[in-house]
Design a protein around this ligand. Structure first.
Ligand code: PHE
Length: 497
């Protein structure tokens, strides 16, 4: 191994007394360095080269904390109360007497507690004790402990363990610190090196214009770069991981020939649900699951649409379906809500372009009354899309989703039968992650009850997937909340997407 100048300097210093075991302070003195970083750095390199051996010993030191400093100057609480008890006349040795003597309420309680633990008793309101000598001795040893620390921190070993244990249990009196001290010693190989072979090398660490203008560089030795050396990660700005993920998904769909669509957060129940043939009695429509608005409480929906949905829901219109039966409630369909899925965007897109073939996608926020936990948020995002064209079919849908996930880095995708009121067949999409199949979304072919009232005559491949779920996979998180916590360090450390 090629040694640098710092390593050479440290070796030369140590070869001055080859058998010695060196402390940090010895090495600083012998090398003339003022910063211990040099000793630590050169020492580690020398140890890796097998020339030096480093031994570490852990030790614990005790020092006075804030309350301890006070006790050192004005006495421990139990000592002060004990002294007062010795001087007070018997009739005054009561709680009242203690207050009268100037002890604060917050001191009296704990102070008496400490003394009780030492053998003081309260009899008919008065403090009494039997073995005064042993109480005084215990207090004296505590006091001498505090006094001896007043001059500075000391090794834990120089004290009685019980005493340390006692003070650790009291708030703010002492602080215990773990320290590791190192010693450096030459190994056999280290001792065998000749000091004379350790001349400083002239190495060029930086290539400057001045250097290149001269001739010196031709024979110079260049300092090698260690590309594996740990270095600080520059903390520059970066997009939020969710934003970066959205951009990536966007470019994958654009690359696959899809166009992007958008829609409003506020929608009518009609477009969000009735258009999708979700029965008006469906549990997901209740106030426990959906955020209905009071301002506006309702939204105008085209009467022709209301008529069509009523007819489809009640008896199937001319779709060949029998419908759900019952009476369709138009007021219910006009209720305003926060969209519960982005399927409302694709459905409205078809309604506006019933005879234009399209492949569109959207990434948008949706709202559901969820209790926040590890896997749920009341606001999250969905990745939605449709293929609306004469030959759209199920294999096309599955291939599209597989291609999408493969491009996102998840080549193992499987589908399973599922149920949604608006698709038939319905398919659940799962990806393989760390050996487990995780459900990421729903999809299927829209039912005629959905497409016919919109004026479409073609099949529609449709899907809606959770963005946060995918983000958790990609970022390796197991709590969805981590995505939205404003913890800059964590965000900084998340992988660049
Ligand atoms: N809208 C469904 C959901 O919220 C997903 C889905 C979209 C299912 C399109 C089928 C077709 O989970």
């Amino acid at each position: 191994m090629e040694l640098g100048n710092n390593e050479r300097r440290m070796l030369r210093a140590m070869l001055g007394a080859p058998a010695r075991s060196w402390l940090l302070s010895d090495l600083l003195e012998a090398t003339g360095w003022s910063d211990q970083v040099h000793v630590a750095g050169a020492g580690t390199t020398l140890a890796e080269a097998g020339l030096v051996e480093i031994s570490e010993t852990a030790s614990r030191t005790v020092s006075l904390a804030g309350e301890g400093e006070k006790a050192a100057s004005s006495g421990l609480l139990e000592a002060r109360i004990w002294d007062w008890m010795q001087d007070a006349v018997a009739a005054d040795r009561t709680m009242q007497g203690l207050f009268a003597a100037g002890f604060e309420r917050h001191e009296a309680g704990p102070g008496v507690g400490l003394l009780k633990a030492l053998g003081v008793r309260v009899e008919s309101g008065s403090f009494v004790s039997d073995d005064d000598a042993s109480i005084a001795a215990a207090i004296a040893s505590r006091t001498s402990f505090i006094t001896s620390l007043a001059s500075g921190r000391q090794s834990e070993e120089s004290f009685d363990l019980d005493l340390i244990g006692h003070f650790r249990g009291r708030k703010g009196l002492i602080a215990i610190e773990e320290t590791t001290s190192r010693e450096w010693q030459l190994t056999k190989a280290g001792k065998a090196i000749k000091s004379n072979d350790l001349k400083d090398v002239e190495q060029i660490g930086q290539v400057t214009p001045e250097l290149l203008q001269g001739e010196d560089w031709k024979n110079a030795e260049f300092k090698p770069f260690d590309v594996n050396a740990p270095a600080p990660i520059p903390a520059g700005g970066r997009p939020h991981p969710m934003q970066a993920l959205i951009e990536r998904i966007r470019s994958v769909f654009l690359e696959m020939g899809f166009s992007e669509i958008e829609g409003d957060y506020v929608q009518s129940a009609g477009w969000n649900m009735d258009a999708l043939y979700i029965p008006q009695s469906h549990p997901a429509r209740t106030m426990q699951d959906t955020f209905y608005l009071t301002e506006p409480a309702s939204i105008d929906v085209e009467p022709t649409m209301l008529d069509l949905w009523a007819s489809v829901h009640e008896h199937g219109h001319d779709t060949g379906s029998r419908g759900w039966g019952g009476t369709f409630d138009r007021e219910e369909a006009c209720k305003a809500l926060l969209r519960t899925h982005t399927t409302v965007n694709t459905i409205r897109h078809i309604a506006q372009n019933p005879d234009v073939p399209c492949r569109v996608f959207g990434i948008g926020r949706v709202f559901r009354q969820e209790t926040i936990d590890r896997t749920h948020l009341p606001e999250f995002h969905q990745i939605e899309g449709i293929i609306h064209e004469p030959d759209a079919n199920l294999p096309m849908l599955i291939t599209t989703l597989k291609t999408f996930y493969a491009k996102m880095g998840y080549p193992d995708v499987r589908v399973r039968p599922a149920y949604f009121p608006y698709t038939e067949p319905s398919v659940e999409v799962e990806v393989l992650w760390r050996g487990e199949w995780l459900e990421l979304g729903g999809s299927g072919i829209f039912r005629p009850e959905v497409t016919e009232p919109l004026g479409s005559e073609w099949p529609v491949c449709a899907w809606g997937m959770g963005l946060e779920r995918l983000a958790m996979l990609i970022l390796g998180l197991d709590d969805i909340r981590e995505l939205y916590q404003p913890d800059l360090t964590r965000l900084q450390d998340m992988p660049i997407l």
